[in-house]
Design a protein around this ligand. Structure first.
Ligand code: PHE
Length: 340
């Protein structure tokens, strides 16, 4: 008999639970309360049957009533709470059924990602990161870099000048001078940053672009050291299958000067439209630091020697992410940028 009463109590609670979950208004909650613990409710009716059960079972049954009352009160409170907060939201004009507002999380621009990646690769080879100003003096951008007065890159048709004679740096090479003037050798730095040239924009040219400069000054540094560093960089950046080659070139601040090519990462060197069927992509200018440059910063070229190199960051980014047009990097179109 007692077990039957306990069972009936449990069933009443389970039913109440279902009804409360479905309740959409406080009236429905009140109805559940009346049905269960109202004057003519289920629990009072059941408790009337207590008299007919054997005394030794009354304790258990009584306990079941007490816990049922407590539980029911908690269920009723929770149901009312739920309906009230929905009503509050409603009154405040908030529609809880609307989807949430998405927060778009930004990320690094592909140019910045490549700069970070390069800096990390060179950091592992012992290079520290240095920086210089984008608005630069002619002295640092040209003169101290051994650039002859009649060198075409000085022309206002190629370089942006300010009326006070300063300019927007055309390369990151002036950072070489700034670092050497303020530090005693040995020096091992890379200097990423923005550069500017008066170019007409097309698929591979932008008036505003980035380079990463490298400078290594020590005793007994040779072209073989430069080659090893660039070989290692190519492997870290594009994998061991990428081949590198050097071609003789001219820069005022290096002697000898070379240009580094990487085998085309699009076609593996077979020839495609990206490498213009040559199988190679121009990737960096480099060379042994000209003794005149060392003299300009007060280093003794009889003791110290070194190499320098400069990569075009956009070039690397375009290879890395297979981007066909440099201008896409500067249009701020999120449909493009979100892909990286
Ligand atoms: N500054 C050169 C350029 O912009 C690249 C370079 C850097 C070449 C360092 C040699 C050494 O073309």
């Amino acid at each position: 008999m007692a077990n039957q009463i306990v069972e009936a109590i449990e069933k009443a609670l389970a039913d109440a639970q279902v009804r409360l979950a479905a309740a959409t208004a406080p009236d429905a909650v009140e109805a559940v309360r009346i049905d269960l613990i109202g004057r003519k409710g289920l629990l009072p009716a059941l408790s009337k049957q207590m008299g007919s059960i054997p005394p030794e079972e009354r304790g258990v049954t009584g306990k079941a009533f007490n816990t049922a009352r407590e539980q029911l009160q908690q269920m009723l409170d929770a149901a009312l709470e739920r309906l009230n907060s929905a009503a509050d939201a409603d009154a405040a004009g908030i529609d809880l059924t609307l989807p949430g507002r998405r927060v778009d999380v930004g990320h690094k621009h592909p140019v910045v990602k490549v700069i970070d990646e390069c800096a990390e690769i060179f950091r592992r080879m012992g290079f520290m990161v240095a920086e210089g100003p984008e608005i630069e003096q002619v002295y640092f951008n040209f003169d101290a870099l051994n650039t002859p007065q009649d060198h075409p890159s000085r022309d206002p048709g190629d370089t942006f000048y300010f009326s006070d004679g300063r300019l927007l740096r055309t390369q990151t090479s002036p950072v070489q001078i700034r670092v050497m003037e303020s530090h005693e050798p040995p020096v091992r730095i890379v200097a990423p940053g923005r550069c500017f040239r008066r170019d007409t924009p097309d698929a591979t040219h932008s008036m505003n672009f980035h380079q990463i400069e490298g400078l290594y000054i020590d005793k007994n540094v040779s072209l073989a050291d430069l080659k090893a560093v660039l070989r290692n960089f190519a492997t870290e950046m594009f994998g061991p299958e990428v081949r590198i080659r050097t071609r003789p070139h001219f820069f005022p601040f290096t002697e000898p000067s070379v240009e580094y090519d990487f085998s085309c990462i699009m076609c593996g060197g077979k020839g495609c439209n990206v490498c213009k069927q040559s199988g190679w992509l121009e990737i960096a200018g480099a060379g042994m630091v000209d003794p005149n440059v060392l003299k300009n910063v007060g280093y003794d070229p009889e003791i110290w020697s070194g190499f320098a190199f400069g990569f075009g960051i956009e070039r690397l980014a375009m290879m890395r992410y297979r981007i066909a047009d440099i201008r896409w990097l500067y249009e701020n179109d999120v449909r493009f940028l979100a892909q990286f």
